[in-house]
Design a protein around this ligand. Structure first.
Ligand code: ADP
Ligand code: MG
Length: 320
């Protein structure tokens, strides 16, 4: 497990850190990244086609929203064009990205229930270039029930994405296409999450490093199997991210080992540390990537984003 201390080049490097760069070089690079700011950051290559990632775990408070907005912001800072779809009526992702989400704001609800076009409900994130959001208003709370009587109710999001003309390869969607779309799911396995699982091809599952971390995951994986066999055969799990990792405790290390035993290489090497700056950022309407770019939390999210992006190079047609 790669911890914040490893990333900062301060601690001992664990066995799993099979990177070719030395910790010192990595640390120096990070200092540079933090100083440079987003503008001059080296750009990552664009994936061959848009990657649509579903951030789901029906447990609340495990770091779905925090991971969505920070990985999304990190990728945008690496030069990617990134869209976050806020699918949680709480609208926490919208808040963290400083995007209006009062009732009446064009939102996910309009797209899913009213059939509004994706391009009409997108708002730019003011702090980060190339980062966009479809905000969630409280209206979305009613969507679980309202969608029940709608035709093709599980496919609403998929159809909206397909109709936007901004998802796909360069040939399909042009230079204006999104490179990454993250769908921040609510903490339940209802129709909203189902819409996300049908619309996406990859799952990004944050797991909190705590005692009951794996409890309930069986239910999520069961839902994924059902979706795969009936609604979306392309769905796969491409990343598991351990969040709120406290390197000082045996418990966190034990949980991380257990998660790795279950999921193997699907677990990102970078774990996100429990860090006050990460939890403070949303109250300033920011991601930690702009709120405190040099902090361990921000550097960890930067690494996690880079790991995720590396998958695009090894498996451009989606990960199985
Ligand atoms: P979810 O979307 O799964 O419900 P959140 O991302 O909203 O979870 O996180 C739940 C709470 O934990 C929030 O208050 C958030 O600020 C806090 N949190 C998330 N990640 C971290 C972290 N790495 N360090 C400290 N606090 C965190
Ligand atoms: Mg959330």
């Amino acid at each position: 497990m790669r911890t914040a201390a490893d990333i900062a080049g301060l601690g001992t490097v664990s066995d799993s850190l099979d990177d070719e760069t030395t910790p010192l070089a990595r640390a120096a690079e990070h200092v540079l990244i933090a100083r440079q700011g987003a503008g001059q950051r080296a750009r990552l290559p664009r994936p061959a086609r848009t990657r649509v990632l579903v951030v789901a775990n029906q447990k609340g408070g495990v770091g779905k929203t925090t991971s969505t907005v920070n990985v999304a912001a990190a990728l945008a800072q690496f030069g990617m064009r990134v869209l976050v779809i806020d699918l949680d009526p709480q609208g926490n992702a919208s808040t963290a990205m400083s995007v209006e989400h009062r009732r009446g704001t064009p939102s996910t609800y309009d797209m899913l229930v009213e059939g509004a076009a994706l391009n009409d409900v997108i708002a730019p994130c003011p702090d980060v270039t190339n980062l966009f959001v479809v905000p969630a208003t409280i209206d979305l709370a009613g969507a679980e029930i309202e969608l029940v009587s709608v035709v093709a109710r599980e496919q609403r999001l998929q159809k909206a994405l397909a109709a936007s003309g901004r998802i796909g390869t360069a040939a399909q969607a042009g230079e204006d296409r999104f490179d990454y779309v993250f769908i921040d799911c609510p903490p339940s396995l209802g129709l909203l999450t189902l819409n996300a699982l049908v619309a996406g091809e990859e799952m990004f599952i944050p797991i909190q490093a705590e005692y009951y971390a794996l409890e309930g995951l069986g239910q999520l994986l069961g839902t994924v199997e059902m979706v795969r066999s009936q609604l979306n055969s392309r769905l796969s799990i491409s990343a598991i991210l351990i969040t709120m990792y406290d390197a000082r405790t045996r418990l966190a290390a034990g949980v991380a080992d257990e998660v790795r035993e279950h999921f193997g290489d699907q677990v990102l090497k970078t774990a996100i540390p429990r860090a006050v700056r990460v939890s403070e950022a949303p109250s300033y309407g920011q991601t930690v990537m702009t709120y405190d770019p040099g902090s361990p939390g921000a550097l960890s999210y930067l690494e996690a984003a880079r790991e995720l992006a590396d998958q695009s190079i090894t498996a451009p047609e989606g990960i199985n």
